[in-house]
Design a binder for this molecule. Structure first.
Ligand SMILES: Cc1cc2nc3c(=O)[nH]c(=O)nc-3n(C[C@H](O)[C@H](O)[C@H](O)COP(=O)(O)OP(=O)(O)OC[C@H]3O[C@@H](n4cnc5c(N)ncnc54)[C@H](O)[C@@H]3O)c2cc1C
Length: 396
């Protein structure tokens, strides 16, 4: 077992960290205020190959492994503390990989080169106004009519609704096929019969969240992702990618919070000595560091597992992936939130100001506590199912 990164991986990690320091940090406050990620950020991301980076080179990507993508997600979460750029990055990486693996050749050629060039956005739409955890109860339907599907229903709390409308692009959208199965379709947002609405969030403002309503919107059959009626499994595969990269972004944000806090407690003098000399503070730092390191390596292991060849019938491998991914998605947002909260306390009143900037991270990370990419209890349900067996799933 070798935990060291290869020379190439380390060089790439350093390049993304430089991008984070030079491009993301100077923009994080303004993109949060503006409600969108400017070209000054997306342009250099495209140049570095960071947009939908697992997509194979023939479709404009860099064919990156999940491990390399995980490393990039950490750096982007560290660079833009608001988490908006991380969300943009990880949605395109996670779902771009799925479109590349399960999409039709025509759709891949039509969509992926634009996504990797920053000329279109790609996200996912599964959540509905009636709920996001219980996907099997969704109401949106896709009825086949010859060489097209008629999509009817509504999605809610979907990231990148405005970006897909403004830049072009769309969402991999899960719907019921009316025959007991699910279709997963790439749905361009500019399709006739689709309305959008932007919600006002409390954080990660640089990327929109909103609703999509479909009024018998016509989606070409070539946009099917995976086999007809088998979309649920494909969507679950995508969630394993996205949840791993979300967790990596949370690790990066947690490390940034601790770096900020460590600098401060070295310098801030109270009762005649640096704050960091008091064990009450020093021990908190030690505990938080230990937890962040643990989740970071679990996250890298989850990514490594995603890179391993996995024959569909290999139940043991799928179970290992589910355990690794659900446990990092359960732990990473909580530890990141805890790091920011504790560091805020170390700063005292200054921690409550926008100047110090900790509130930016607190607002962004909260999205992963409340539900984005699956709520914490859903991760616990997955873990319970894998540890105890299907018969212990507490719902039908
Ligand atoms: C900022 C943001 C961005 C998002 N982006 C997207 C996106 O791009 N695409 C998309 O499709 N969705 C997106 N979502 C939605 C997200 O996937 C859902 O929030 C999530 O799946 C939970 O669904 P819900 O919010 O409807 O909560 P519900 O499903 O109503 O659940 C409410 C609460 O109950 C808990 N819960 C649910 N079932 C159980 C149970 N059986 N036992 C115990 N507790 C339970 C949940 O964990 C949650 O805390 C986003 C959400 C946010 C906040």
């Amino acid at each position: 077992m070798d935990f060291r990164l290869s020379d190439e991986e380390r060089a790439f990690q350093e390049a993304v960290r430089r991008f984070g320091d030079r491009v993301l940090r100077p923009h994080e406050r303004s993109l949060d205020a503006a409600g969108s990620i400017p070209h000054e950020v997306l342009g250099p991301m495209a140049e570095l190959g960071l947009l939908a980076m697992p997509v194979p080179e023939e479709y404009g990507g860099m064919g990156a492994s999940a491990v390399l993508t995980e490393l990039a997600a950490e750096e982007i979460g560290r660079g833009d503390f608001s988490m908006a750029t991380a969300v943009f990055f990880l949605l395109e990486a996670g779902w771009g990989a799925i479109l590349a693996r399960h999409g039709s050749e025509e759709t891949k050629r039509e969509v992926l080169p634009k996504v990797t060039a920053g000329e279109a956005f790609l996200g996912v739409a599964t959540t509905e106004p009636t709920g996001g955890s219980d996907l099997a109860s969704m109401r949106t339907t896709s009825r086949r009519e010859g060489e097209q599907f008629l999509l009817r229903g509504e999605k809610a709390f979907v990231s990148g609704v405005e970006e897909a409308k403004r830049l072009g692009g769309g969402h991999l959208t899960l719907s019921k096929d009316g025959k007991g199965g699910f279709n997963f379709l790439y749905v361009p947002t500019r399709t006739e019969g689709i309305d959008t609405q932007r919600f006002e969030n409390m954080g990660r403002m640089g990327i929109s969240t909103g609703a999509l309503s479909y009024h018998d919107a016509k989606v070409p059959a070539r946009h099917l992702v995976g086999a007809e009626g088998r979309g649920f499994e494909v969507a679950m595969e995508g969630f394993s990618n996205a949840r791993t990269f979300v967790s990596a972004a949370c690790v990066g944000a947690a490390e940034r919070a601790l770096e900020t806090g460590t600098r401060y407690i070295r310098e801030r003098t109270v009762f005649g000595q640096p704050l960091g000399k008091f064990e009450a503070i020093q021990f908190e730092l030690a505990d938080l560091y230990t937890q962040v390191e643990a989740v970071k390596w679990q996250c890298r292991r989850a990514a490594w597992l995603l890179d391993q060849p996995s024959p569909k019938e290999d139940r043991a491998h799928r179970s290992e992936v589910n355990l690794a991914v659900a446990s990092v998605k359960l732990a990473a947002p909580q530890i990141a939130f805890e790091c920011v909260k504790r560091v805020m306390m170390w700063f005292g009143a200054a921690g409550y100001t926008k100047d110090v900037g900790l509130e930016l991270g607190l607002r962004g990370i909260t999205s992963y506590l409340v539900g984005a990419e699956g709520g914490l209890n859903i991760m616990r349900i997955i873990l319970g199912r894998e540890l105890l067996g299907k018969e212990f799933v507490p719902y039908k």
